[in-house]
Design a protein around this ligand. Structure first.
Ligand code: ADP
Ligand code: MG
Length: 707
């Protein structure tokens, strides 16, 4: 592929010599395109500029004027302050940069500058700028960097502020764009891939116009409209990457077209002690449609704790068995696998379906026997842990692979179950609900089914926030539950390898509890540094009712079902993420009785600020989707995209999945349609798109066979 002008190194641009090129490279700007996409991080609207005479102490102002004098002023305390006096038509004012003497080098007498910041009282009025922009350079200056002629045009009314560095201050970027933007815009115009009618439908500007307006917006609103276009681009190319991964997973190798006889499905329906919820039935219809189509299923089933994903998975597994195949369910821990096996056996009742378990702890003869039953096809359903994907495990004909708590597995592990011939359909399950917009951006390669409804008649969990001073009363309440024969969880923030102090604190607190508040109760500690089988032993004892209280310094097993546990106390609630708290809370209230969750968090005591808004959201609702949406709104999307499970983070620079929510589906649908029609993007008209996809995601998409 020949390099277009935008892919040339920055040296070729006007105003860039070898030294400046090096500085730009240090900021990650290697090519002309990188510079074009180095867009302002903020704008100042000159129509809100205050005449300096009207700047009063206490105000936050933007002023513009010419630097009349400047200098560094020492103070008695030893702090050195850079000061510049600027003048506009209305008068003079001092600007002061305490401790930032290096600014002295960037501002010259005679420069026209724009500053923004609070007006303080210090020997009269003075502005302490948060930001400054050189609007026009003094003409007489001698400077170490190559001389740049003064700006040929008067600056507009909106001032762009770029991410800058000490080597490359604002004015250099402003100057570089004055010299090069028009050319770059002309070049990028050739890369437009969206036809005008489609742009109009979505309210999107043309690509080149958007980039122009991002650098030189005629109004602030236009800068927002321009950003929207780049947000769409970002979502579209992310969507293309996902679509091509999806294509490889589901289209390239044929899937199994299961024949639905209803022999087992009907029998399970008839024997279920409950009716499926509408949401469960809808999810099942989507799964059946995938499984009975010739394409391979690659679907995620998400729904809150307790919404009944297991029974949905079981119906899907029975469809596979009806079609003459086997189905496997993989869970992240032995306890969960055993729990699934028990639950499934109970639901199956007397149906003629053979279930086998494969667990790491089972070895020797018993393991050989289990493996033999799986290899011969005698076992129709196989439930297990990582033991399912170990060397030596053979299936007679695996048709459906279900992975529970999919995020607990690495990508390789998750895929391992599906990598055989013919490739089984896959269903990934997640009990961490996230908003659909987020799911489509994070897991766009998967199809998504959502169960957003709980079975009727759940008593649910009552949630309360408490301050540390209420701890003793809370523990007395816990004891009242224990007196009725119930069980309790006390949860402390998760212990990381590095957080030795947490473990010490938790152990000390554990001992204190055993002596004092919980004296005479059967209490055990479970923490993140214990080995898997040690943890399992404790969890099993709790599950069996041999323990009253579980003090957990690690997140209590997601999905663990102990209906007799009715109360949970979470310490240092402010240190947990909302979704994590929600997962924890799901451990109680699983029986007939309903549950109580008390979150102890600093900040609820007298004269401290109240509990964080985050925790208030948590206490107010038990809807996992609402909580996830609040989490997203409060924390921002960064947390979700930063350490994405696919390995390299998928950073979104322009797209904000809340603000640009309406673009997410159109971008994804367009990307999928394009890849379905032309998987290799080989049409001449798609060259621009293909080049850009390779540039962005080349290492993540083995898209183009050769090369
Ligand atoms: P999760 O989605 O958290 O995995 P489970 O599948 O473990 O939820 O279901 C939780 C409980 O609800 C189980 O005991 C299950 O049998 C029961 N259940 C599932 N679906 C329904 C329903 N439609 N009506 C009543 N109870 C249901
Ligand atoms: Mg489950």
């Amino acid at each position: 592929m020949t390099l277009g002008p935008l892919d040339k190194p920055v040296q070729f641009l006007k105003g860039v010599g070898p030294r400046r090129a090096e500085h730009l490279q240090r900021m990650g700007i290697l090519t002309a395109r990188d510079l074009l996409y180095h867009v302002p991080r903020r704008y100042d609207d000159a129509s809100t500029i205050t005449p300096v005479a009207l700047a009063q102490v206490g105000m936050d102002v933007t002023v513009a004027g010419e630097v009349r004098s400047k200098g560094i002023v020492p103070t008695r305390s030893g702090l050195r302050i850079f000061q510049a006096v600027i003048r506009d038509d209305s008068g003079l004012i001092t600007c002061a940069w305490p401790g930032q003497t290096w600014v002295e080098r960037n501002i010259r007498k005679g420069d026209r500058i724009l500053v923004t910041g609070p007006v303080k009282h210090f020997h009269g009025r003075q502005i302490q700028p948060r930001e400054y922009v050189i609007l026009e350079q003094a003409t007489h200056t001698t400077h170490t960097t190559p001389p740049i002629p003064p700006s040929p045009r008067p600056p507009g009314t909106i001032f762009s502020t770029y991410p800058a560095s000490e080597e490359l201050p604002q004015w250099i970027f402003r100057r570089l764009f004055e010299l090069n933007l028009d050319t770059l815009i002309g070049q990028v115009a050739r890369e437009e891939y969206l036809p005008a009618p489609e742009r109009d439908d979505l309210g999107l500007m043309e690509l080149s116009a958007a980039l122009r307006d991002l650098h030189r917006p005629p109004t602030l609103a236009r800068a927002g409209t321009a950003r929207r276009r780049l947000a769409f681009d970002e979502l579209f190319f992310l969507g293309l990457m996902h679509a091509s991964v999806r294509h490889q997973a589901t289209r390239e190798s044929p899937g199994i077209e299961f024949a639905r006889t209803n022999r087992l499905i009907r029998a399970l329906h008839d024997s279920l002690p409950f009716a499926l919820t509408g949401a469960q039935a809808a999810a099942l219809r989507e799964i059946y449609a995938d499984m009975t189509s010739p394409r391979r299923m690659n679907r995620m089933l998400q729904g809150d704790v307790g919404c009944g994903k297991t029974v949905v998975a079981l119906f899907a597994m029975l469809l596979a068995v009806e079609g003459g195949c086997q189905a496997a369910l993989m869970a992240p821990t032995e306890i969960l696998a055993e729990q699934h096996a028990r639950g499934i056996r109970r639901l199956l009742g007397g149906l003629p379906v053979e279930l086998e378990t494969l667990l790491g702890s089972v070895t020797g003869r018993r393991r050989e026997r289990a493996r033999a039953r799986v290899a011969s096809g005698e076992a129709h359903l196989v439930v297990g842990t990582h033991a399912l994907i170990q060397e030596g495990v053979e299936f007679e004909a695996l048709g459906l692979a279900v992975v529970d708590e999919q995020h607990r597995f690495g990508v390789r592990q998750r895929l391992a179950l599906g990598e055989r011939d013919p490739r089984p359909d896959t269903l990934l399950m997640s009990a961490t609900p996230i908003p659909r917009s987020l799911a489509m951006t994070l897991h766009g390669e998967l199809d998504l089914s959502t169960i957003d409804e709980l079975p009727p008649g759940r008593r649910g969990v009552t949630t309360r926030l408490a301050g540390p001073h209420e701890r003793a009363a809370v523990l007395r309440e816990v004891c009242r539950h224990l007196d009725r024969g119930r069980q309790a969880y006390l949860v402390y923030p998760a212990i990381e390898e590095s957080e030795r102090a947490d473990l010490v604190a938790a152990e000390a607190e554990f001992e204190r509890l055993c002596r004092e508040d919980l004296a005479g109760r059967r209490v055990a500690l479970i923490h993140g540094r214990m080995k898997g089988d040690e943890k399992d032993t404790v969890m099993r004892a709790f599950q069996a009712g041999d323990l009253d209280v579980l003090v957990a310094t690690t997140v209590v097993e997601v999905g663990i079902d102990v209906p007799n546990a009715t109360v949970m106390v979470v310490e240092n609630g402010e240190r947990f993420g909302l979704s994590q708290l929600h997962q924890l809370r799901g451990r109680v209230g699983r029986g007939r009785e309903g549950g109580l969750c008390v979150v102890i968090a600093a900040g609820s005591a007298d004269n401290e600020p109240g509990p964080t808004p985050r925790l208030e959201v948590f206490a107010r609702t038990t809807d996992g989707f609402e909580i996830a949406a609040a989490d997203l709104a409060i924390r921002g999307q960064g947390d979700f995209f930063g350490v994405e499970q696919h390995g390299r983070g998928t950073e979104l620079r322009f797209a904000d999945i809340v603000k640009h929510e309406d673009l997410i589906r159109p971008a994804r649908d367009r990307a999928r349609a394009l890849i379905d029609e032309d998987p290799q993007l080989s049409a001449a008209s798609q060259q621009v798109v293909r080049a850009r996809l390779e540039r962005h995601y080349g290492d993540r998409v083995k898209l183009f066979g050769v090369g």
